[in-house]
Design a protein around this ligand. Structure first.
Ligand SMILES: NC(=O)C1=CN([C@@H]2O[C@H](COP(=O)(O)OP(=O)(O)OC[C@H]3O[C@@H](n4cnc5c(N)ncnc54)[C@H](OP(=O)(O)O)[C@@H]3O)[C@@H](O)[C@H]2O)C=CC1
Ligand SMILES: N=C(CCC(=O)O)C(=O)O
Length: 451
């Protein structure tokens, strides 16, 4: 039995209640064995057994009072997964489906993702089963203040630097930051995604979506192609999706459709990202009762709203698919429909949106599949640049940040592409990303001894 299979079997036996974590570990361990074959010292040092076990997990109670004066209780977590190459770095997710296993999947992905950025950032992830939907700004503030009252003692600019993710945007990061300052009497770069008036980086809001478009565009360029004239479908219409739509359009592509949890919208004129911004801001205004993406057609009468499952976007004929919502939202049946309708490229803006079965189907049918740990790394990459700016007490221009983002994302594609070729799997960007991300972390862990 291979080393990776042994470790994976042990994980499956130990954590049967954490399916998303096992899914992420299966994808990673299922592709890095060729790198391990060349390094028997990794098994001697139990390196994989240590890699898949978080260095620390913090779990805590989050009590808060709602607008009716009723006491509510949620659960809070921070998975400090791996600090071999830098302080723990990763988002916070506020969503009623959050579990420890989900955050461990996100944290494991984050380790390799942050490694691929070439910046000194370790991997972590946290969040809560708090649902921000339908909550007033006052309630979100009370929750964030209570959440940070527990978390602050575990984080810091050189220890653990949280940021946004699903359900956590600029509003939540700002409330969290305000509470951190009160508790520590320190102004530091302890969170990223901050507001521009208090240490936030220009281009951080746009970074994940832009980075996705740059990564896919570099792949297209490497094959003598481009976004020009390409039809694109996007799943999701949140922070990642909005700016992916903007940048894809700027690069010559036409985004035909996008979605939210209430349905999906198609626009023959091409999705207008500024309208998506209006919907996003209304949803997060603190008065979002009943606001859905259906609002898009109010501003764009040529568009059509489809109530129901947002996965309807996968039925549209397209050249490129960009899943930007959340995990396991592109299933085998969706992959079959996309391939049948001519899709040739999939770039993951979300974390693990494509199931293993769907990924395999794409790879077996000649679709260029780019995993989120590489393609969506633009967000954490610019978070790293925000940390740099905070550390030097400087603010770079939008063009400086966006230029660095584009340069690093295009370079990341070539690192992933070259690594896949080096291991005899040209075009297998899942293997390329996993091995390229893994090797840097593994070397650091080996050098630092048994810790
Ligand atoms: N924010 C960041 O910096 C980064 C985020 N990511 C990943 O990208 C993905 C999206 O994150 P982000 O854009 O920040 O999150 P947002 O909360 O801003 O947006 C999430 C989007 O996905 C939709 N959505 C949520 N749940 C479901 C579901 N079960 N089925 C279909 N659609 C759903 C939401 O619809 P609705 O509005 O109706 O809820 C919304 O359109 C996540 O996987 C996240 O982990 C990756 C890298 C960086
Ligand atoms: N949610 C993010 C961004 C994390 C960060 O900016 O620290 C991700 O990379 O999944």
């Amino acid at each position: 039995m291979s080393y990776t299979q042994k470790v994976l079997d042990e994980l499956k036996a130990r954590y049967p209640e954490q399916p998303e974590f096992i899914q992420a570990a299966t994808e990673i361990l299922g592709t890095i064995q060729p790198a391990l074959d060349a390094h028997p010292e990794y098994e001697e040092a139990a390196l994989l057994e240590r890699l898949v076990e978080p260095e620390r997990i913090v779990m805590f109670r989050v009590p808060w009072v709602d607008d009716q004066g009723k006491v509510q209780v949620n659960r809070g977590y921070r998975v400090e997964f791996n600090s071999a190459i830098g302080p723990y770095k990763g988002g916070l997710r506020f969503n009623p489906t959050v579990t420890l296993g989900m955050l461990k999947f996100l944290g494991l992905e984050q380790i390799l993702k942050n490694s691929l950025t070439t910046l000194p950032m370790g991997g972590g992830k946290g969040g809560s089963d708090f649902d921000p939907k339908g909550k007033s700004n006052n309630e979100i503030m009370h929750f964030c203040q209570s959440f940070m009252t527990e978390l602050y003692r575990h984080i810091g600019p050189n220890t653990d630097v949280p940021a946004g993710d699903l359900g956590v945007g600029g509003r939540e990061v700002a409330y969290l930051f305000g509470q951190y300052k009160r508790l520590t009497n320190e102004w530091t770069g302890v969170l990223t995604g901050k507001g521009l008036s208090f240490g936030g980086s220009l281009a951080r809001t746009e970074a994940t979506g832009y980075g996705l478009a740059y990564f896919v565009d570099e792949y297209l360029k490497s094959r003598g192609d481009s976004f020009e004239g390409k039809n694109v479908v996007v799943h999701g219409s949140g922070n990642v999706a909005i700016y992916a739509v903007q940048k894809v359009s700027q690069l010559g592509g036409k985004v035909l459709a996008c979605s939210d949890t209430h349905g999906w919208v198609e626009d023959p004129d091409g999705i207008d990202y500024t309208v998506l911004e209006h919907v996003y801001n209304k949803k997060r205004s603190g008065h979002d009762k009943g606001v859905t993406l259906a609002m898009y057609v109010d501003e764009k009468p040529n568009a059509t709203w489809h109530e129901g499952d947002g996965r309807g976007v996968w039925q549209l004929p397209c050249d490129i698919a960009l899943p930007c919502a959340r995990e396991n939202t592109l299933l085998l049946e969706d992959a079959q429909a996309l391939v049948a309708n001519g899709c040739k490229v999939v770039g993951e803006g979300a974390n693990m949106p494509t199931t293993i079965e769907a990924t395999t189907y794409f790879q077996e049918h000649g679709v260029a599949f780019m995993p989120g740990k590489a393609a969506n790394a633009g967000g954490v990459l610019v978070s790293g640049l925000e940390m740099s700016q905070n550390a030097e007490h400087l603010s770079w221009t939008f063009e400086e940040v966006d230029g660095k983002l584009e340069q690093l994302m295009r370079g990341m594609f070539h690192n992933v592409d070259d690594t896949a070729k080096e291991y005899g799997q040209e075009g297998n960007f899942v293997m390329g990303a996993n091995i390229a991300g893994f090797l840097k972390v593994a070397d650091a862990m080996l050098a630092q001894g048994v810790c």
